[in-house]
Every structure is written in structure tokens, then in C-alpha cells.
Design a protein around this ligand. Structure first.
Ligand code: PLP
Length: 411
């Protein structure tokens, strides 16, 4: 079958192949002697950096924005190589690596908001980002309004205030997978002289944020870049140098960095991220399509499938889909029966986070908090992350789960 005849080609491959060369080359030593002629730069662990003289120390200290640290807390060689690699993957010019995906969200918000400012955040945002806005940002005198993730331009215009300086987006939304109209949000934010910040964790490699007007792109590198469920790390990427100066300055003031081992693991993960995502996204679409045929399932919230809110925007703006999606059961099944089904699954680990090589399941119904409307989900819901296992094994496991769901809802 040629790519043109393959309905899945867009969802699974075009985005990753465009990234392939960058993933292999970015952040590697540029010359043979640079890292002892090794293919990979070694892990650079260290706190104190020694200088040969006072003069050398003082002239280095003045270059505060360069990748020439005067102390290990400004980031290691491993961190700076990862920053270069992530900037290349996201299509930006500079990145700042921090200790977690959540720290990437909070550091970016703290950098671009001040007391008296107002911020717009989508109602479908990652839960801990919401909690940060409604507790710490509020305490610092920054007000947040939540907007429906699929709000029209007119609705957004009504929510913008004279003191709105940041519009935040996350596409697709956590748990409910609404694909947002990012170019529209960027236009409105810019008309209003506000910045558009995007949590682009799901869309890594599949959504080029700066081509769609985003000012600041946030990544939980914990997910696909690290890729093996063994590191927690985050990044903030920009395509304008002045924004990077502000970010780097606030990261240093906050003592935000990532350890060199996490950075090295993430660089290692990036080298294979394209092939992992190509395989995992294809398997995810296979499993998602199979789920749409099950009588127990009301809807599958996979951005490449028509039932997902914002599917047309995904088709317009994304070059691929990752391997995380939602499943909504019919309303006749209760949360208890869904819990019994999840407990019966053997191939899917039960736990938070995603993006590793292994499959995961998480009930999501209780984690959905909304200010503007209900969740819009007609029944109990769970989230699947599809790993590198054989999708036929995953489908067999889900069949067994559905048998338990039926039994449990009858009993
Ligand atoms: C996981 C995740 C985060 C947080 O990343 P951590 O590294 O786990 O702190 C932020 N945003 C989104 C969309 C995520 O999925």
C-alpha cells in the first residue's frame, strides 16, 4: 500500500520522519576531539567549576547568558547539549531545561507573569498546572480565568482583560483530549500584546509550535524524550532570544536545573524517540480503532479519530499523533465495574505519567476538574498509553478486561 492509500500514514509517520535526522544529530559532539572522539558526550557531573585566575573567573561571570557557567547550578554540559537538542526538535532557537515537566510549566508562568496580571488557562489543563495557578499564582496577586478548550475567538476576546499578559494552552487537553485552535489563540494573544504559552508534551515532533504562532513551548521530557520511565525532567523552548534571557534568568534565580544523569538519559532517549513514536502511534491507532467497534465503548478520544473534540484542528495543524488517548465507556457501566476491568488487565501497568516503552492505563473520571462546564463525558473514562508490545496482545488483554466489565456490571 502506498503512503497515499494508507489512511493511517498521516497519524503515524510523516511527523516522525521529518524529525529523524535532527534526533540523531542534535546535541552531539561536533568534532572528533570534542568528547574524546566518543559518539556521545559523557555525563558531566559537577558543582564547583575551577578557574585558572581571578581575571578568567571575572570575565566568565560577565557572560551570564552564555552556556559558560561559573557554577554547576547554572547547568552542566549535559544540560546544555540537551537544551540544543530540544530547541532543534521543537523548531525553536533556545531551550531551558528544568527539573520536571511541572517545573517547566511553573517556571514559564512565573517568568512571564507579575503581580496584577491576568492569565487565561484552558479548563482541560494538566491538573498540577491548574493547582499552581489557583494557589501560588493567586497568592502572588496573579488572577486566572479558565476558558473552555474549544472556545471560539469571540469567546476568548470576551475573556481577555487589559491586564491579560499570558494565554496558556495545552493541546490536546489532559484526560479529555480537546485539540485547541492554537493559531487562533496566538493571533488573539498577540493582538492583545500577550504571550501564548503552550504545553506541547503530547505533540512533541507532531506539532511544530513556532510555526503556529506559539511564543513559549513547554515539554515534560519525562514522557517520550526520556522514553523509558526512568527520569523526571522538563524543558521550555522559545524562538526569540530575549524570551530565553528572561527564562534563563528566572531558572537560575529559582535554582532550577536538571541533573546531568537525567539530561544524559534524555539525550539517549531522544536518539530512538522517532522510531519508538512511529511504532507506538501505529499500535495506538490500531488499538483505538478496535475500541471504537466495542459495544461497551461510547467514544474513543484519539485526536486522529473523528469522535475526538477538535479532530478537524488536529488534521489541519498536526503532522502525526502520539500514543496516548482516552476511552469513554457507555453510561450504563459504573466506576466500580470499570475499576474491576482495569484490575483485570495484565499488559497495562496502572500508574500516572506516560511516554515510556510500556503500556499504561489510568482511570481519569475522578481527575477531571472543570470551572466552565461539566467534563462532557457521558460515562466513566480511562486513559491508555500504548507501548512497544504487540498490539494483538494488548487487544487480547482488553478483551479479557471487557469480559470482567460485563460480569462486574451484572453482579
Ligand atoms: C506529565 C505532564 C506534565 C508534568 O511532567 P512531569 O515531568 O511529570 O512533572 C506536564 N504537562 C503535561 C501535559 C503532562 O502530561
Amino acid at each position: 500500500m502506498s503512503a497515499a492509500d494508507d489512511p493511517d500514514a498521516r497519524a503515524v509517520s510523516s511527523g516522525w520522519s521529518a524529525l529523524a535526522t535532527r534526533l540523531v544529530q542534535a546535541g552531539r559532539p561536533e568534532t572528533l576531539d570534542e568528547a574524546g572522539s566518543l559518539v556521545n558526550a559523557p555525563v558531566s557531573r559537577g558543582s564547583t567549576i575551577l578557574f585558572p585566575s581571578i581575571d578568567a573567573m571575572q570575565s566568565t561571570g560577565r557572560r551570564k547568558y552564555d552556556h559558560v557557567p561559573i557554577y554547576g547550578a547554572m547547568g552542566s554540559d549535559s544540560q546544555h547539549r540537551l537544551e540544543d537538542a530540544i530547541a532543534a526538535v521543537e523548531g525553536g532557537t533556545h531551550a531551558q531545561v528544568v527539573s520536571s515537566g511541572l517545573a517547566a510549566c511553573t517556571t514559564a508562568l512565573l517568568t512571564f507573569l507579575s503581580a496584577g496580571d491576568h492569565c487565561l488557562i484552558p479548563d482541560s489543563v494538566y491538573g498540577p498546572t491548574r493547582r499552581f495557578a489557583s494557589t501560588m499564582l493567586r497568592r502572588l496577586g496573579i488572577e486566572t480565568s479558565y476558558y473552555p478548550p474549544l472556545a471560539t475567538g469571540e469567546e476568548i476576546r470576551l475573556l481577555l482583560r487589559p491586564n491579560t499578559t499570558v494565554v496558556f494552552a495545552e493541546s490536546p487537553g489532559s484526560h479529555t483530549f480537546e485539540v485547541q485552535d492554537v493559531p487562533m489563540l496566538a493571533n488573539l494573544a498577540h493582538e492583545h500584546r500577550a504571550l501564548l504559552l503552550l504545553d506541547n508534551t503530547w505533540g512533541i515532533g507532531a506539532f511544530q509550535p513556532f510555526a503556529h504562532g506559539v511564543d513559549v513551548s513547554i515539554q515534560a521530557l519525562t514522557k517520550y524524550p526520556a522514553g523509558h520511565s526512568d527520569a523526571i525532567i522538563g524543558a521550555i523552548t522559545v524562538a526569540q532570544e530575549p524570551l530565553w534571557h528572561r527564562l534563563r534568568d528566572s531558572a537560575i534565580q529559582l535554582g532550577q536545573l536538571a541533573g546531568p544523569d537525567e539530561c544524559w538519559l534524555t539525550l539517549r532517549g531522544l536518539r530512538t524517540m522517532g522510531v519508538r513514536l512511529e511504532r507506538q502511534s501505529r499500535s495506538a491507532l490500531t488499538v483505538a480503532r478496535w475500541l471504537t467497534t466495542r459495544p461497551e465503548v461510547a467514544r474513543v478520544l484519539h485526536p486522529a479519530l473523528p469522535d475526538c473534540p477538535g479532530h478537524a484542528i488536529w488534521q489541519r495543524d498536526f503532522t502525526a499523533a502520539s500514543a496516548l488517548f482516552g476511552v469513554v465507556l457507555r453510561p450504563d457501566y459504573g466506576a466500580r465495574a470499570m475499576g474491576d476491568m482495569i484490575d483485570a488487565l495484565a499488559m497495562f501497568g496502572l500508574g500516572a505519567s506516560w511516554g515510556g516503552y510500556e503500556s499504561l492505563v489510568l482511570p481519569t473520571t475522578d481527575g477531571i476538574v472543570r470551572s466552565t462546564a461539566g467534563s462532557g463525558l457521558e460515562g466513566p473514562a480511562f486513559r491508555l498509553h500504548i507501548g512497544l508490545e504487540d498490539p494483538a496482545d494488548l487487544i487480547d488483554d482488553l478483551k479479557g478486561g471487557f469480559a470482567v466489565l460485563q460480569e462486574s456490571s451484572l453482579g
